[in-house]
Design a protein around this ligand. Structure first.
Ligand code: ATR
Length: 275
């Protein structure tokens, strides 16, 4: 008897993950037979849990908070975008038995912006709030869109400066503290801080968002995030949260595993209707 292909998302906390629903719909849509589960895995159990998963015939894994850096260390081989992110959210068993590590977060964000919301990044001035793992993960795919410049602003300015230095060969990029944003304006502002989740916002000066500018919060929730509300109240042409990015990063992982691109629009619509 052949076993149904097994996939899973590992993370902690994982109870509220939407990934099993997303991948179930992708599988139904594309006629793929597979099982996708969510498993509570803490950092200290990561290596044994992943090894066991693949030993028992697992084909692919998503890794989320707090496991992305560990997954990056675990993978036998990594894509360029995973290496520049220093984080892996997708592990895929290869035919030779090795494990490939990829990171689909950044391309998920870019696809949601460009394809789903028709936001142009080419030639635009981008501001990223935050200089942690979430920011690092999106820089390489953002640079591929050839923006005019990227500024990273962070509460701890030195972290933004260091992160910008790492990507200096990719294009015009600068790191700074929030206090250095006065007088500047940007076409697209991306919130990659974890502040939004605690309904907290960094101090942002007036005029920061250019007319017809776009705001995007990498986080999402059942309610509008603090940053999405900031965008609305500052006249953003669109002020979006990361639900579309979540679905698009999943679609990219599905493509890596199964070689088929699912249709994301009905899944985004469904998840939006449920909140
Ligand atoms: P992640 O992997 O989600 O990026 P992280 O690496 O812990 O998580 O980074 C969290 C980011 O959110 C950091 O840029 C952090 O700023 P510091 O580097 O100064 O700590 C930022 N952050 C968290 N809480 C914040 C707050 N209340 N106001 C502003 N920035 C905040």
């Amino acid at each position: 008897m052949t076993q149904i292909d097994q996939y899973a998302v590992f993370g902690s906390p994982i109870k509220h993950s939407k990934s099993p629903t997303i991948h179930r719909i992708f599988a139904e849509q594309t006629g793929q037979e597979l099982v996708y589960t969510a498993q509570e895995v803490t950092a200290d159990r990561f290596e044994s849990a992943v090894t066991e998963f693949f030993r028992l015939g697992g084909q692919g894994l998503n890794c989320t908070v707090p496991l992305k850096e560990l997954a990056w260390r675990f993978a036998d081989r990594k894509t360029e975008r995973a290496d520049s992110a220093k984080a892996v959210n997708t592990l895929a068993l290869q035919t030779d038995g090795s494990i490939l590590g990829d990171n689909t977060d950044g391309i998920g964000l870019v696809t949601d912006l460009i394809v789903n919301h028709e936001v142009t990044l080419n030639g635009k001035k981008l501001l990223i709030l935050g200089a942690g793992g979430a920011s690092r993960g999106i820089l390489s795919p953002l640079f591929e869109q050839q923006p005019a410049c990227i500024v990273i602003a962070n509460r701890t300015a030195s972290k933004a400066v260091n992160l910008a230095d790492e990507f200096a060969d990719r294009g015009d990029i600068k790191g700074c503290g929030f206090d250095e944003l006065a007088g500047l304006s940007f076409d697209v502002i991306l919130n990659a801080t974890s502040a939004s989740l605690s309904n907290d916002l960094p101090p942002l000066p007036e005029g920061l968002l250019a007319p017809n500018g776009v705001c995007y919060d990498l986080a999402y929730g059942n309610e509008l995030t603090a940053f999405v509300r900031w965008g609305i109240s500052h006249g953003a042409a669109s002020s979006l949260d990361g639900l579309g990015m979540l679905v698009e990063q999943a679609a990219e992982a599905f493509f890596i595993w199964r070689g088929i691109r699912p249709d994301t629009a009905p899944v985004i619509e469904l998840l939006n209707s449920e909140r």
